[in-house]
Structure formats: C-alpha cells, structure tokens
Design a binder for this molecule. Structure first.
Ligand SMILES: [Zn+2]
Length: 250
C-alpha cells in the first residue's frame, strides 16, 4: 500500500511538474548545442565516458549522489571520491542529485533540504572549489511541490521528459533524451541531432554506465562515440550543463 501511494504520488507530482513552469527562460544560444550528462554516476562513466568526451574536446556533467559513491548499486559500482575530484580537475561539471537517491515526491520540503545539504557538503568536502549549480531529478521524477525550492537552490534541474530544449525552456524541468542502448539507436541519435540543428536547440543526453555490455540504463562506448561523431559532423559544440546555460545567456 505504501509503495502504491509512493508510485501514485510520483506519477501525479511528475505530471504536474511538467506543466507548472516555475522558471521559464528564453534560450539565446547563437547555435545548437549538446550536453552529455551521466547520473549517479558509475565508475565507467567517470573513467571511460569522460575519457571519450575529452578525445572530442568535450566536457560532461555528472550528477552525483553522495550515497552511491564507491558503492555497488545492483547495476554498477559508483565512481570513487577520487574519480569525482579527478573529473572536476579535468573540467567536467560535478552536479547534484539527492544524497540517498530518494525521489523528490517521497521527500517533504525539510527532508529534501536535508538531502541537498548533505550532498552539497559531501561534494564540497571532496574539493571546496567544486561549484554545485545544477540538479537532476532522481529517476527523472519531478515534483510540482519541490520545483520552487529547487529553483531557489539550483540554476537548473533536469528530468527525463524527452525533447529538445529550444525557445522558452523551463529551467527547473529541462528535457533530455536517453543515450541508452536499450532506448535509442544510431538513427534515433541522428534524428535528435537534426532536430536540435533545425530548432537551434539544446539537446541534452542522459545516461549512466558506459560499458561494452551496458546495463538497461547505460550506453556502450560505440553509441557514445556515435553521438560524439554526430555532434562533430554538424559542428554542434558539446558542453556541460553549466557552460550551455552560460552560452544560452540564462
Ligand atoms: Zn539517478
């Protein structure tokens, strides 16, 4: 029963969160752009994934849940504290998830504030020069009740509602496409790049592990490379969420 309530609350809260815009912003990017983001984040994303981005001169955004660091989560092992510091020093963005990976709709305002403070303190404890500006909803579940609170704490929050961000976007519910082998193929990747190009839009990919045989939530190195090649062919710059927001003038 408790689980059923939690599920219902997540569905309703998430649906409302899509429609109630608390942070509409006009994107003023002078050209299309793409961001590669990794949630939680697995050690394979922090190592193989980041290495591949760097081969293309790109930097990614890693939404870290402190409670998953160095821990086996059932599908992968989380990046270590050392990996996170290393990512930061190499110019990747370290961004915020909830510390324990609890979804928004299961948190009261006070519990969410505590989760965010714990995660922020954890990351700043690793390296005080880490700037924590952006957030991703655990499980992609937005919460209409928490959007205002998130807006006060973060420049942006990313969900997993599919689509390209263009024109006026909701900064507290940025749209994103899966870079996940089970969910998108090479043609699908090319199509979303074409759409981003046509709309002068901001394409955000989300993924988790980067493994030859990825989990149902991750991608293979071949698919990541395909997406990076697709961006390079179209001259679409790949930048972190923080850099893209700056490029868009918001
Ligand atoms: Zn997550």
């Amino acid at each position: 029963m408790r689980a059923a309530w939690s599920y219902l609350r997540a569905r309703v809260g998430n649906r409302l969160a899509r429609h109630l815009r608390v942070a509409p912003a006009k994107l003023n990017n002078s050209g299309p752009m793409v961001s590669f983001t990794f949630d939680d984040a697995p050690v394979s994303a922090a190592r193989a994934g980041a290495d591949m981005l760097e081969q293309y001169g790109a930097r990614g955004t890693f939404y870290i849940a402190g409670g998953l660091v160095d821990a086996w989560s059932g599908n992968w092992t989380g990046a270590s504290a050392g990996d996170i510091v290393d990512l930061h020093r190499r110019g990747h963005e370290i961004a915020c998830h909830t510390f324990s990976h609890t979804r928004m709709t299961d948190l009261t305002a006070a519990a969410m504030a505590a989760e965010l403070a714990k995660n922020r303190n954890y990351l700043l404890g690793l390296d005080p020069s880490i700037k924590i500006e952006n957030f991703a909803y655990p499980y992609g579940t937005g919460s209409v009740l928490r959007k205002g609170q998130l807006g006060a704490a973060f420049h942006s929050s990313r969900g997993i509602l599919p689509g390209i961000n263009s024109g006026t976007a909701d900064l507290q519910y940025l749209r994103a496409m899966p870079l996940i082998d089970c969910e998108i193929d090479r043609d699908g990747i090319d199509r979303v790049f074409d759409e981003a190009f046509d709309k002068n839009g901001w394409l955000i990919f989300y993924s988790h592990d980067v493994e030859t045989t990825p989990s149902p939530y991750g991608c293979s190195p071949e698919v990541l490379r395909h997406a990076l090649d697709a961006a390079a062919r179209r001259n679409i710059p790949a930048m972190s969420i923080a850099a893209a927001l700056q490029f868009a003038g918001v």
